[in-house]
Design a protein. Structure first.
Length: 82
C-alpha cells in the first residue's frame, strides 16, 4: 500500500511541476525577446540621432512614470514575438 501511495504522489505532482516550469520558461523567454527588441530599437534610434546631429536631452522630465521604454514594451505584443 505504501508503494502505491508513493507512486501516486509522484505521478500527480510531476505534471504540475513540469507545467509550472514550462510557463515560467516561456514567460522568461518572451521577456528576454522583448527586451532584446527594445534594446535594438533604442540602438537604432541612437545611431539615427548621432548621424543627423540631433542633440541629446540632458534630463528626462517624464513625471508620469511612463518612460519611452515602458511604452514600447507595452506596445509589443507577446504573440507577435513567439
Amino acid at each position: 500500500m505504501c508503494v502505491v501511495t508513493g507512486i501516486l504522489v509522484i505521478a500527480f505532482t510531476v505534471p504540475v511541476v513540469v507545467n509550472n516550469f514550462t510557463l515560467y520558461y516561456t514567460l522568461c523567454k518572451s521577456r528576454n525577446s522583448r527586451l532584446h527588441i527594445i534594446r535594438h530599437m533604442e540602438n537604432e534610434q541612437k545611431r539615427k540621432n548621432s548621424k543627423s546631429g540631433v542633440a541629446k536631452k540632458s534630463k528626462n522630465h517624464n513625471i508620469g512614470g511612463n518612460t519611452p521604454r515602458k511604452s514600447v514594451m507595452n506596445s509589443i505584443d507577446v504573440q507577435s514575438i513567439t
